[in-house]
Structures are given as C-alpha cells and as structure tokens.
Design a protein around this ligand. Structure first.
Ligand code: AMP
Ligand code: ZN
Length: 136
C-alpha cells in the first residue's frame, strides 16, 4: 500500500520507536500516547482491519501482544491495561492498517474507554446468536 503510514513504519521507511520486530510484526510506541507506554502492534503485511486480516496471523499477533503486555507491566508497574482495536471510521479507526493498541492504565490517568450499557432482548439475542454462529 503506497500511501499507508504503517506500511512505511513496518518497512522502516518512516522512523518509529520500535520495541520489537521480526519478519511478520513490528511493535512501536504510539506517537500521541493515551498513557505512558501506549504502543501499537502491527503486522508488516497490509490489512485494512479485522475484516481483512488472516485469522492465523491475527492469532500470532495476539500471542506477541500478550508477551509485550507482560513486559510493559513489569517495566512500568501499570495497574492494568486496555487492549483496543478499532475497525472503521465509525469505530474510531484513523489509520487503515490493522493495529492493536496496548494502553497501560494508572490510577488518575485520563484514558476513557466507555459505552453506555443497553438492555438486551433475549429473543432477539437468541436469533442473532443463531445467525452469527452459522458457519463459524
Ligand atoms: P486508530 O485511531 O485506532 O486508527 O489509531 C491510530 C494510532 O496511530 C493513533 O493512536 C496515532 O497516535 C498513531 N499514530 C499515527 N501516526 C503514527 C506514527 N507515525 N508513529 C506512531 N504512532 C502513530
Ligand atoms: Zn499498510
């Protein structure tokens, strides 16, 4: 993808503060961190988002993310961590190259990941479970 900033970061054509890289993935600090240690895990290959990424690759990416999460926690002494992954403009995605946010959490930080809990209709849920589960 010629115009993709994360493809360029993946290839080392745009600088990043890289924590880790191998043939498949790069982990680097977010340039506008939500909290200390906020970093991103990306595949080097371009996929717009979760609707495109190869499932096996996503599995390996998440396995790597668990290791990064533990090292971040150890080093930063954060109390918790949000792992966030936005897909589509409506969901807050601004860079259209799949990425996982690792956001360490500290008491008194300014991070907010929130929604207003709704009411579920059990019949509707049952129908939806059947439909969505079909063919998985
Ligand atoms: P999202 O809104 O989920 O698409 O997240 C994109 C993230 O990429 C934001 O948190 C940005 O701060 C981050 N970002 C954009 N450009 C760069 C860059 N050159 N280096 C590091 N992080 C970046
Ligand atoms: Zn890309």
């Amino acid at each position: 993808m010629d115009n993709c900033i994360f493809c360029k970061i993946a290839a080392g054509e745009i600088p990043s503060t890289t924590i880790y890289e191998d043939e498949e993935f790069r982990v680097f600090f977010d340039i506008n961190p939500a909290s200390k240690g906020h970093c991103l895990v990306i595949p080097k290959q371009h996929y717009d988002n979760v609707f495109e990424i190869d499932g096996e690759k996503a599995g390996r990416l998440f396995a790597l993310a668990t290791r990064v999460a533990r090292n971040l926690k150890q080093e930063l002494n954060c109390e918790g961590m949000n792992i966030v992954q936005n897909n589509g403009t409506i969901a807050g995605q601004t860079v259209f190259h799949f990425h996982l946010h690792l956001i360490p959490r500290y008491t008194g930080d300014q991070v907010r990941v929130e929604w207003h809990p709704g009411q579920a209709d059990p019949e509707e849920l049952a129908k939806l479970a059947e439909a969505v589960g079909r063919g998985l």
